[in-house]
Design a protein around this ligand. Structure first.
Ligand SMILES: Cc1ncc(COP(=O)(O)O)c(C=O)c1O
Length: 366
């Protein structure tokens, strides 16, 4: 039995009777940039998130960039020419590379904190301890589907951008300046290509982002701001509108799959992910010192798994000049050696989950 980490084709076949006409309708409209599907998707997602403003953008990476520019991090949007300011963005050492890349693209220095003892999210006290007079933004990440409490970060008064690429659920951006989302195909809400969004309580910030995603142009060809081409394609918005209707069911199924693993793996000498009722399990990440051997054992049984992430951000070669050394953020470093994501997507059968769990048990028996 093969068990893929994600099965997007299976997902498509279940919803194609709604997806196909939605795509056909955009094609027939002749309107391939902006348009009504984008506007409607933004409204629907805003409602789903409990009443937020949503600005659809071209990717999760561009959502981070646009948000940071709109909040005038580094080069910002419409304030600072050239990298003359010495500014910092405090973020976590454990995330996808796009998170700190946002800072460096704007001429700011990423400052990394370690993760918490019991999850892959930032250690709040360590994060706060790294805030200085140079900090222009704090960038926490809700890792693998587990939302973290950002209230202490917000209390600093420094703009907080939540990277919620892996955790789309109500509660994000409820206190901070904004949160960013990714609709990369494998995300819990995934497009058929790249996509992302910035979500915020602030109508003003949303309006600014709406201008910035079209090069800061308003009125047309007059630029009080600069930004980029950060638009979300309407064809993706049309697909996302269909998928959004299934998101609650899919996230519930992910939770159910996680629960099934928990019951079957509880007595093994490995660490299971935090058991939180609101966890949306973008990934089900276990921890074991025998990670690489387990991964090989599973691969031999045609079970996909993945290492998120094999090298923490502070030790990435391109950040060598920042001066972090092995041992400087020990929890992140240990996590990168021990973390292994097992398939948890909503299209798995119970038999597949049981096969994965039984195979993990077999590894420990061997
Ligand atoms: C935590 C995190 N931030 C940012 C991104 C970037 O999103 P995208 O791939 O849509 O640019 C991702 C997606 O892979 C992510 O997991």
């Amino acid at each position: 039995m093969r068990v893929p980490l994600i099965d997007l084709s299976a997902q498509y076949h279940k919803i194609r009777t709604d997806v196909d006409p939605a795509v056909a309708s955009v094609l027939a409209s002749g309107r391939y940039v902006m348009g009504p599907d984008l506007t409607e998707f933004e409204k629907e997602l805003g409602r789903y998130l409990g009443g937020l403003h949503v600005v659809g953008v071209s990717s999760g990476t561009d959502a981070l960039l646009a948000a940071a520019m709109a909040l005038d991090v580094g080069l910002g949007s419409g304030k600072h020419f050239g990298c003359t300011r010495d500014v910092e963005v405090v973020t976590t050492a454990y995330s996808f590379f796009a998170t700190p890349e946002t800072a460096v693209r704007l001429g700011a220095r990423p400052v990394f904190c370690d993760i918490a003892e019991d999850s892959f999210n930032a250690d709040i006290d360590d994060m706060l301890g790294r805030v200085s007079k140079k900090t222009v933004a704090i960038l926490p990440v809700h890792m693998f589907g587990l939302q973290m409490d950002v209230s202490k970060l917000v209390a600093t008064g420094i703009p907080v951008i939540e990277d919620a690429a892996q955790t789309l659920q109500e509660g994000i951006a409820s206190q901070s300046a904004c949160a960013t989302l990714s609709f990369f195909p494998t995300k819990n809400l995934g497009a058929a290509g790249d996509g992302g969004a910035v979500v915020t309580r602030s109508a003003e910030l949303a309006d600014k982002l709406g201008i910035m995603r079209q090069h800061g142009s308003r009125p047309k060809y007059v630029h009080h701001l600069w930004g980029g081409n950060f638009r979300l394609d309407p064809i993706q918005a049309a697909i996302l509108r269909v998928k959004l209707r299934h998101l609650d069911a899919w996230q519930a199924q992910r939770r159910q799959n996680a629960q099934r693993y928990r019951e079957r793996l509880a007595d093994l000498p490995l660490r299971l992910p935090v058991d939180h009722p609101r966890h949306v399990y973008h990934h089900f990440v276990i921890r074991t010192e025998r990670r690489d051997a387990l991964r090989e054992y599973l691969a031999a049984r045609q079970i996909d798994s993945e290492v998120y992430y094999p090298l923490p951000l502070h030790l990435q070669p391109c950040f060598a000049q920042l001066g972090y050394k092995p041992g400087s953020l020990p929890r992140s470093e240990a996590a990168s050696k021990e973390a292994l994501a097992l398939p948890v997507h909503p299209d798995l059968s119970e038999e597949q989950i049981d096969f994965v769990a039984e195979s993990v048990r077999g590894f420990y028996r061997a």
